[in-house]
Design a protein around this ligand. Structure first.
Ligand code: DC
Length: 240
């Protein structure tokens, strides 16, 4: 598809903090509209996982500038050459389904480390933009509206209080038979919020054109319906 035609493909960009439910909402909105869906966080998780498998080190506090640059270049190369397939059901890395490994605690922590690096973000930029295919794309992450798809037709900043997000995660884990303390989850969520919002490259901020959607007290269905309602308004001049 030519660049001009690609730019005409509508994008709905949903950004927000971790555990806000934006992935669930974005995937359901995409299904309702028959659009493609991109979970951009998966690409950072895949970079972390692929780096571990290739024994590429992550930056350490004690690294000097030269070593740090070397590591960042190596990680950007991993990001640029990821052999990945996202088919909507599974995530494949070099032909292997890696869904469970992608979501574990270690990968979450390492993904947040690689996501802080400018060269890694730059390496993933065009890869994310390539997901913009007819008839449309719904995508979720931290910088979809602010950096990757600045011309998105609809931008939503989806959030919920840290307490509500911790409770949702707690419920999910309990349903999986895993017991984790609510206060530990709350602490992790607050730490990740602070890290995502304070990093130098593409920090989590609400784009000026993004409408806030606070899902505290809303079900996923209600949040999906609200995004679809806003998208339907996009045919009108005021699209928020
Ligand atoms: O949304 P998630 O938890 O799967 O994201 C994994 C990590 O990647 C998290 O630390 C935030 C980061 N991320 C990012 O920096 N930019 C994005 N567009 C998506 C995720």
């Amino acid at each position: 598809m030519s660049a001009g035609l690609q730019a005409a493909v509508p994008v709905i960009a949903i950004d927000g903090p971790s555990a806000s439910g934006k992935g669930t909402v974005a995937a359901r909105v995409a299904a309702a509209l028959g659009f493609h869906y991109l979970d951009s966080g998966a690409l950072y998780r895949l970079t972390a996982l692929a780096a571990r498998r290739a024994a590429v080190a992550l930056p350490q506090l004690e690294d000097d500038a030269a070593r740090r640059q070397q590591i960042e270049t190596a990680l950007a190369e991993v990001a640029a050459t990821l052999d990945v397939r996202l088919d909507g059901e599974h995530v494949w890395l070099a032909g292997e389904a890696v869904d469970a490994a992608l979501r574990d605690e270690r990968t979450s922590r390492e993904a947040s480390q690689v996501a802080a690096l400018g060269p890694v973000r730059a390496a993933l930029l065009e890869r994310q933009r390539a997901f913009r295919q007819a008839p449309g794309l719904v995508t979720d992450g931290r910088d979809m509206g602010t950096v990757v798809f600045t011309d998105a037709v609809l931008k939503v900043f989806l959030t919920a209080t840290a307490e509500e997000r911790a409770q949702r995660r707690h419920k999910q884990l309990m349903e999986k038979g895993l017991s984790v303390k609510l206060e530990d989850l709350l602490r992790d969520i607050r730490e990740r919020d602070a890290r995502d919002a304070s990093r130098a490259h593409a920090p989590l901020v609400q784009d000026a054109a993004a409408g806030l959607l606070d899902t505290t007290g809303l079900t996923a269905d209600e949040a999906v319906a609200e995004v679809l309602r806003r998208y339907a308004l996009c045919a009108l001049p005021a699209c928020k």
